[in-house]
Write a protein that binds this ligand. Structure first.
Ligand code: ARG
Length: 468
């Protein structure tokens, strides 16, 4: 392309006399990243062309040539044979210009009753819809991995924590089910986001609607959209669905980062609760003994990206006047990045879980350490009519005494208990780890029976969701 005819050769070059500055061309081009939308762009164009023919806006032979040309271009892109040209700016113009080279004049009719503004919004919604579906599928796979691990480790006891101080014993399965609950909410969120994403912008034109007798409802059906976005200004400028995917992803990544942090903690010598599988650990280049939980660390680290991208998407929309503004081109890279980040993080975490090996003995030792049964001893008194506050004070005094003597609560004699409070009787000596777990049988508690029930109902919910 010579300098003189550079701008006129552009698809929008009619009113231009001078070529685009090379810096501007490089700066404004989005083809390096929006080429990722080629399938969506071609699907949208094919539906649009078919609608134009149905409505007699273009002829059937022109439509057939357009569809065949677009399908051939798709095949070429998929085969890596297509040459993307940065001077053609973006995926839309690259495909349209290539179509013109292949089929001639008919290609010029494809963009009738359409603008790149409603076109790109349609492409992005198709991408976003598929991303929601994939996120939901991978969240379900992760939930299944958590439930499988909970079943496998049904008997394993660990210490529960508050303030990262040992608090009360819990079943590991109970702990894992708490994560399953987080990811179940994430699945639900992506399904809801999908509903608001799955609405058709095409037919809005540049901003004000089009002057042709188009059939947007037919296009919506053809592309699997649930409905048509009624307001043309909103259709070309709404990126709420992008923000919502970022929000749902950032929260899911925050959940993953919490689980990852536990894996990091559990694998330390200080916790000593899990052995990291070799396949999911890496070594140190200097310290021969090291085995590091890098997968969990990187997932934890990647949550920062998702949160940053959420803020980027909100900032992009803040103060943006109606309707389409080129700023919106900046919506794509962070969205692609977040979707890739989320999907890979979900997959690697789901793959790592079954490989974790828990030291059941270590779990029990930690679970009773640091007076973890003190609440149960206080509950013992309260159930015998002692006001809970009075019981709390008496057991607190016993804990202080044990701490001074370097003993555990379970080692106290009945006389020592009775010296702290006269309501203690011989059966206080029966309070142990398993009794403490069994006692928490109210709905939502960590009693083995309650947790078995929760495992089963979580699995039933997941199966029902996956089948629907
Ligand atoms: N590359 C643009 C984007 O990503 C496509 C729409 C361009 N529209 C326009 N009027 N320049 O938003």
């Amino acid at each position: 392309m010579s300098e003189q005819d550079a701008a006129p050769e552009k698809l929008w070059g009619g009113r231009f006399n001078a070529p685009t500055d090379a810096l501007v061309e490089a700066f404004t081009a989005s083809i390096d990243f929006d080429r990722r939308l080629f399938r969506e762009d071609i699907a949208g164009s094919i539906a649009h062309a078919r609608m134009l023919a149905r409505q007699r806006i273009i002829t059937q032979p022109d439509c057939d040539a357009i569809v065949a040309g677009l399908e051939a271009i798709r095949a070429d892109i998929e085969a890596g044979r297509f040459v993307f040209r940065p001077e053609r700016e973006d995926i839309h113009l690259n495909i349209e210009a290539a179509l013109a080279e292949r089929i001639g004049e008919a290609a010029g009719r494809l963009h009738t009753a359409r603008s790149r503004n409603d076109q790109v919004a349609t492409d992005l919604r198709l991408f976003a819809r598929a991303a929601c579906d994939e996120a939901t599928a991978r969240l379900r796979a992760l939930r299944r991995a958590l439930l499988d691990l909970a079943d496998r480790e049904a008997e394993t006891v660990i210490s529960g924590y508050t303030h990262l101080q040992r608090a009360q014993p819990v079943l590991l399965a109970h702990h894992l089910l708490a994560y399953e609950a987080m990811f179940a909410r994430d699945s639900e969120r992506f399904e809801q986001v999908r509903q608001r994403t799955n609405r058709l912008p095409l037919g809005a034109g540049a901003l004000a609607g089009v002057t042709y007798p188009i059939d947007r409802e037919w296009v919506a059906q053809e592309l699997g959209f649930d409905s048509v976005i009624p307001n043309s200004l909103d259709a070309v400028s709404d990126r709420d669905f992008v923000v919502e995917i970022h929000a749902a992803s950032a929260l899911a990544m925050a959940h993953l980062s919490r689980l990852s942090e536990e894996v990091v903690l559990w694998s330390t010598a200080e916790f000593g609760l899990i052995q990291l599988p070799d396949a999911f650990a890496t070594g140190s280049s200097i310290m021969p003994q090291k085995k590091n939980p890098d997968v969990a660390e990187i997932v934890r680290g990647k949550s920062a990206r998702a949160i940053g991208n959420l803020v980027q998407s909100l900032t992009l929309l803040k103060g943006l006047p109606l309707s389409y503004n080129r700023d919106l081109q900046e919506d794509k890279e962070p969205l692609f990045d977040t979707v890739d980040t989320l999907l890979s993080s979900l997959a690697v975490t789901a793959a790592m879980l079954p490989a974790l090996h828990f030291g059941a003995e270590r779990g029990r030792v930690m679970a009773v350490g640091q007076f973890a049964l003190a609440t149960d001893v206080a509950d013992y008194l309260a159930k015998r009519g002692v006001p809970f506050r009075e019981a709390h004070a008496a057991v607190g005094a016993l804990v202080a005494k044990c701490e001074r003597d370097g003993r555990r609560l379970e080692e106290l004699t009945l006389d020592e208990y009775r010296a702290a409070h006269p309501a203690f009787e011989a059966d206080v000596l029966a309070i142990d780890l398993d009794a403490a777990l069994r006692a928490r049988s109210a709905t939502g508690g960590t009693a083995p029976e309650a947790v078995a029930h929760e495992r089963a109902s979580a699995r039933a919910r997941l199966d029902a969701e996956a089948a629907s």
